[in-house]
Design a binder for this molecule. Structure first.
Ligand SMILES: [Zn+2]
Length: 434
């Protein structure tokens, strides 16, 4: 869905703007696709009581499988899923087939007509092989906003150091999937999961991540390159990040909704939809992640949306590929973890999905001030709850560990750069916008 946003004014809306520090009742006025301070004469006005407007959400970690696995996702289905989740900007990962390691591949990621603004990342190493640094200057010139070999770590310290020195000179961040391949061996699950003992599954110890995180942080301190740690899952990683931030190193970390809400102890069934990399951590890992997001040590939430075609994930845990989808339930699942039980303010929570990720990839701070830029925002009903039915998702994939679960907060409308990209058909008392 992508059409010009209608002009309208919603009164009595709760406005959340982390840039202005605003959490107050007020108006949401859209005129000719731009935010306005007041309604123009004759503009339709509606009562927006019960609705909350946030700046458009930014996800710095999605896999759209394009090119390579169109049955799992492509840039159009992935963008539609993102719009339904309230996102307006996403950073695509380069572990496509072939990998996104040349300027033409970077340029091909960005195509007119998608429901979100796609910001491509590009490979650190040629072919994601981990042996030779790609032509980072050419990739940056083509539009890459970050470098990463996500899906695997650049394990060779010398290669990573060389890449980070070059990236620092270009002013582009490096993201790392910090999981040491030697320590991971053939592991697929944390030892705390009851299923691990029951089926005798090979275990991934938390040190697999912590050792890799410490290496990456040390290289950031040495090279001055902005290092972003993807999908943190362990208490030890959080502690290492906290220490590095105290040193003033240019580092950041992200947490996913699934690591914030689910734990290894809950994996009792032989269900491939619970298999992801890094794996779900222990209860104490989850508590450490929640604390870090709330206190700002982890300033970024991200989905790691990882689609797999229907049929690939239903063969049991041991045979399933790693990864879960997350765009369409991200806001609800993370709000349940952080706002409900966690007690986090909606303003700070919104900052983790907007200001934090935008700053990482050089986007202007997303706010709600009237301006000359086309409007990007999402309208949410936090009083509504909904049951996750992956069969109704816009994503082509169904590998969601939240299936059947009731979550709080429903995205009613998403507007991306002046275009209406999502209008919830289940919004029973929606104003008549057209
Ligand atoms: Zn990863």
């Amino acid at each position: 869905m992508r059409r010009p946003c209608p002009s309208f004014c919603l009164n009595n809306v709760r406005r959340i703007d982390p840039v202005a520090g605003e959490d107050a009742r007020g108006r949401l006025c859209v005129r000719n696709g731009r935010l306005a301070a007041a309604p123009a004469a004759g503009m339709p006005e509606h009562d927006g009581s019960g609705l909350t407007v946030l700046p458009g959400l930014v996800d710095v970690h999605v896999h759209f499988r394009d090119p390579g696995m169109p049955l799992a996702e492509d840039r159009f289905s992935g963008s539609a899923a993102a719009a339904r989740g309230g996102f307006t900007h996403v950073v695509t990962m380069p572990n496509t087939t072939p990998p996104c390691d040349c300027p033409a591949a970077v340029r091909a990621q960005v195509e007119a007509g998608t429901d979100v603004h796609i910001l491509p990342s590009a490979c650190i190493s040629t072919g994601r092989g981990g042996r030779a640094v790609a032509d980072l200057a050419a990739l940056a010139a083509a539009g890459a906003v970050a470098f990463t070999d996500d899906g695997s770590m650049v394990a060779d310290d010398a290669v990573m150091r060389q890449a980070m020195r070059q990236a620092a000179a270009l002013g582009i961040p490096v993201f790392d999937h910090a999981m040491d391949p030697a320590l991971m061996a053939n592991g697929i699950i944390r030892g705390e999961a009851p299923l691990a003992a029951r089926l005798g599954l090979p275990v991934i110890p938390p040190e697999t991540e912590v050792v890799a995180v410490r290496r990456d942080l040390a290289l950031a301190g040495e090279t001055g390159c902005a290092m972003h740690l993807q999908h943190l899952s362990c208490a030890g990683s959080v502690e290492a990040l906290r220490t590095a931030l105290r040193h003033g190193w240019p580092v950041s970390g992200e947490a996913t909704p699934h690591h914030l809400l689910l734990t290894a102890e809950q994996i009792a069934e032989d269900d491939g939809n619970w298999r992801m990399n890094p794996p779900l951590g222990s209860r104490s890992d989850r508590e450490a992640l929640l604390e870090a997001v709330i206190d700002g040590t982890i300033a970024i939430l991200a989905t790691d949306h990882a689609p797999h075609a229907p049929g690939t994930k239903n063969k049991g845990f041991a045979r399933a590929p790693f990864g879960v989808i997350g765009l369409e339930n991200a806001l609800s699942a993370s709000w349940l973890a952080l706002g409900g039980a966690g007690g986090m303010s909606l303003l700070e929570f919104t900052a983790r999905w907007t200001r934090g990720p935008a700053a990482l990839v050089g986007l202007p701070p997303p706010g709600l001030r009237p301006d000359d830029c086309p409007a990007s925002f999402t309208l949410v009903d936090f009083s509504a709850s909904w049951t996750v039915e992956p069969d109704r998702f816009a994503s082509r994939s169904r590998n969601c560990p939240f299936a059947g679960r009731t979550l709080p907060g429903r995205v009613r409308m998403t507007v991306c750069e002046g275009r209406l990209t999502w209008l919830d058909p289940d919004w029973a008392d929606a104003p008549c916008f057209y």
